[in-house]
Ligand binder design. Sequence first.
Ligand code: AMP
Length: 482
Amino acid sequence: MILGIDLGTTNASAAVIKKGRPVFVKTGYSQNCNILPSVVGYNDKGEIVAGEEARDLCLVNPDSAIRSVKNYMGKNKDIVLRNPLTSENVSYKPYEISSKILERIKKLASEQLGERITRAVITVPAYFNDKARKDTIKAGAMAGLEVVRIINEPTAAALCYGLHNKGLENNHVMVYDLGGGTFDISVIEINDDIIEVIASDGDRSLGGDRFDYALFSSFYKKIKAGGNADIDNLVAMSILLNESEQAKIHLSSVVKKSLSIKEFGFDEVLYREDFENLIKPFIDKTVDQCRAVVEKSGIGNRNIDKILLVGGSTRIPYVRNVLESALKVPVSQEIDPDLAVVTGAAIQAAIIEGRQVDSVLVDVAPHSLSVSCVIEKNGRTVPNFCSKLIRKNTPIPCTVEETFSTLNDNQDTVRIAVYQGESDFEENNVLIKELKFSGLKGRKAGETEILVNFSYKLDGTVDITACEDGTKNKLMDSCATN
Ligand code: AMP
């Protein structure tokens, strides 16, 4: 079996196609984790490790580990890592570091797929030059993998969306790939099963990490202004950066997030709108680059048929909204943006094996799931409004959270009614579960916050959790969708 591998700057992943569905190699500590941090380093025993362990080491021993090695592929640069056991500095070529990530992936894939994996298709950015591509092949060989094909990441995304073999002619798609460390933009042309990148550009230093730093800096300033926390040390900074990333991720599914870091006496409510203002200059820059790349491709904006969103940072709703309104082109995001490229690599691998794969089956939520609530609209109170937590066609399994607050003073109970359907109002949707969450602290209207979490599983059931913010009061239940 040929393995499809996305050797990303921030994360790597691998997959094969079985019975028309992508099967992802589980890579992390947690059971459902399909992505492996692209970090390599020495642990305390003097062993070289790749993945989550290396990422954790990077925080405490930054000179013993390296992240984002992909940025150095094709360059004559030596990477020096300190072995903490011997205190020796050891030099590596970028492809030698990459091979450690591939070695780990190969081992996990062989264990999970029940056969020794020796061949792979690996994706690379469209801008990779010949040397960087050859280095990728070298890294594969060092890890015991014959790289049977190198494909461009935007091409893999198009394969994943099943845009090949559809009889499309002169179809143009823009692939907007915003990951952790980098931004890549490509215009591809599809003529039946030929997919060609006709223009590409990007920014090697723009991605979700910059958004984390933007939040980090605003928190840092506030903590410093408070004056009583010791924050100017590596461990404190790492904690704050990690909290910043988590807050950012939360704000993709909730409009406000309470953030409390006891160590620094930091207590803040963070609003999605403020976060959006913080990242606006970065997103505007990506839009300018989209326009420039269309110009370079010579086809004109009106001839772009759709935009595919790829990369973890495209989960930020603001990114999609800005693109839609600025470029006026339909945006597709039906496939998990972290897994679109690796799925495309797996499809290419299956095609090389002689299997015909037109498009893959991806499990999606067949209906939207909402919680009924009361909203304010144009100065009016609107009851029985269905606030959608999971939208129709969202890839599953998935987990989404949203914060609701109480309507009345001293309210100690809320009704959590879960509706299935596309309407904004209860009456047109189907009630699938009704729960009573009681024992809330009686506070002023709006002061009690309830965090509702939906976890939609592959078997169509949804685990529902409701937590009263700042207390141990919690309700857990589940329901089946129709
Ligand atoms: P990638 O390089 O494509 O794996 O993307 C990794 C980046 O996506 C990191 O900066 C993550 O913090 C970011 N990311 C992942 N999930 C989300 C989310 N739900 N909202 C915002 N950013 C996310």
